[in-house]
Design a protein around this ligand. Sequence first.
Ligand code: ADP
Ligand code: 5GP
Length: 188
Amino acid sequence: MNKLIIFSAPSGSGKTTIVRHLLSLKKLNLAFSISATSRAPRGEEQHGKEYYFLSADEFKKRVQHNEFMEWEEVYTGCYYGTLKSEVERLWAKGKNVIFDIDVAGGLRLKQQYPEQTLAVFVEPPSLIALEERLRNRKTETEEKIQMRLNKAEQEMATAHQFDVIIKNDNLQQALQEAERIVTDFINR
Ligand code: ADP
Ligand code: 5GP
């Protein structure tokens, strides 16, 4: 049975870093679920690689046509969602699918596929550390950083609803823990 591995966390916790590490481990047979979003590409991001970049109108049209497994307005005016066609594409290749999605979307997918899904919450050591990481990443404007921090507190309160919590303080330890947990789930 193909598995779903969900990584959710407040923005800046280190999900992308951990997910990239797991994707590099061929034995896990993972493929990344490319989400659709209505936000603009950032830096070197490419359509069909990090995201499928859609206009807000196109996104809403697809919502109306019931094309999403889950979707959320993660930040005001910015829509993100998992297309059914994306997961079907990866399942058809026999892959386990790994997701980097927000906490609400993650919990929604877990409800849809409770047995075949591992839902992981990545916890930053503190809100202060989260703020530092977001600033150091230098990808966001001050307004966007504030938007992300405002949301972080309420996201942290959902951690207990996930199957496991990985605290990302020391990165090497977090990577090892993620590797162990995902390997156990896939081989069980
Ligand atoms: P997310 O995908 O959750 O938004 P990222 O993986 O982009 O988070 O990480 C946010 C920033 O923090 C990046 O610049 C990343 O290199 C850095 N980072 C990740 N893990 C750690 C850690 N354990 N200690 C310090 N910095 C980290
Ligand atoms: P970013 O703009 O930093 O790429 O992502 C912002 C947030 O949107 C992150 O928390 C990310 O996990 C979330 N996100 C990305 N794709 C999806 C998706 O398909 N569905 C949901 N619900 N959230 C997503």
